[in-house]
Design a protein around this ligand. Structure first.
Ligand code: PEP
Ligand code: MN
Length: 359
């Protein structure tokens, strides 16, 4: 996909003086619920109302969405509040119904983006539409797959395109429901600076208390918008209850978030440096986390050596590691001196961990 300068036009045309905010429930539950939330959102920065009508659920038997009737509720909310509306489409039949009911923004969900067959079918059903179409990242951390989906839509002459970062599944338990892997959207942003990038902190977090920090990181990285699940009574929501916030909480959050304005040379410098520093912070955080994980393995090795009565220091193994890392360092533009310093320190910490296990 070429870097098309028109990609951001739809967002510029909205003439917002703040990042785009899309808010609304995970799922439409009833007409009253949709109208209640929409009317409360009128007092916030949110200009687009989201609600899932067809819900992809990991396991069968959970609430799978109200279906087509929900589109009428969204239309009613649009007529009452003037907000634009958004829903997820997962096949051509959904597309047809959403277009028929005048939904303004259609998004492709994370479980759909993984399937080029379905994305192609959706792209064909949407051919030439003037609606906004956003592509959520695939559940697996694969930038090419994400971009491939955007490309299929672009080839179908859909002009108002953008992407939503909603995090990636991992088998490992982390504090997130879906790991952010910030490096992936940062790479995407570097390759396609004109493709609007929107954060969905709700599905990354899976819980309310870290949504604010995720949003602030995204704004520091110059994301163009936020999609935040919002419910009038979050604890009673029929899906994703733990991660939804009230419209009031959303309003306060958008007041507290620091938005970096894009004017003037000094401000541009400050923005750029803040952006670069946030990237460094993200990487440093990962480095520390990964070193921690390495030490957990060192602990296990320590226990195993104790059980088998084997000496902690194994010189042959250590020299092999160093030799390999010096070569990998060369590939990554890192000097031998630096690699030696850093691996000696890591090795020492590893030995300390193993000794603790050996006591
Ligand atoms: C959603 O936005 O409600 C949703 C199902 O998201 P995702 O595709 O990111 O899981
Ligand atoms: Mn949800």
């Amino acid at each position: 996909m070429k870097n098309n300068k028109n990609l951001k036009t739809w967002l510029d045309q909205m003439e917002l003086n703040h990042p785009l905010v899309i808010a609304g429930p995970c799922s439409a539950e009833s007409q009253d619920q949709v109208l209640n939330i929409a009317n409360q959102l009128k007092n916030t920065d949110a200009t687009i109302l989201r609600a899932g009508i067809w819900k992809p659920r990991t396991r069968p038997g959970n609430f799978e969405g109200v279906g087509e009737i929900g589109l009428k509720w969204l239309k009613r909310a649009k007529d009452e509040t003037g907000m634009q509306t958004a829903t997820e489409v997962a096949n051509p039949a959904h597309v047809e119904l959403a277009l028929k009911n005048d939904v303004d923004l259609l998004w492709i969900g994370a479980r759909t983006t993984v399937s080029p067959f379905i994305v192609q079918e959706i792209a064909e059903a949407l051919k030439g539409t003037d609606k906004i179409v956003l592509v959520k990242n695939p559940v697996n951390p694969d930038l090419a797959l994400w971009l491939g989906a955007v490309e299929r839509l672009h080839t179908s002459n859909i002009e108002k395109l953008g992407v939503i970062h909603r995090g990636f599944s991992t088998y490992e338990k982390t504090k997130y429901r879906n790991n952010p892997e910030w490096q992936i959207p940062i790479d995407l942003q570097n390759q396609f600076p004109d493709l609007p990038l929107i954060l969905d902190p709700s599905h990354i977090a899976g819980r309310r208390d870290i949504i604010f920090d995720l949003c602030q990181t995204a704004l520091d990285l110059n994301y163009n918008g936020l999609m935040i699940e919002t419910h009038h009574d979050p604890d009673k929501a029929w899906s994703d209850a733990k991660q939804q916030i009230t419209p009031k909480a959303l309003e306060q959050m958008t007041i507290d978030l620091k938005i970096r304005k894009q004017e003037g040379e000094a401000i541009e410098f400050k923005n750029k440096i803040a952006n670069l520093r946030t990237k460094i912070d993200v990487i440093d955080h990962k480095l520390t986390e990964i070193l921690g994980k390495r030490m957990v393995i060192a602990d296990d090795i320590g226990k195993l050596k104790k059980k088998s009565n084997v000496a902690i220091l194994q010189n042959k193994r250590w020299n092999e590691i160093l030799g390999k890392m010096i070569l990998e360092g060369e590939d990554n533009n890192l000097s031998e001196e630096f690699i030696l310093k850093i691996y000696k320190a890591i090795h020492q910490e590893s030995i300390n961990h193993q000794k603790r296990m050996n006591k």
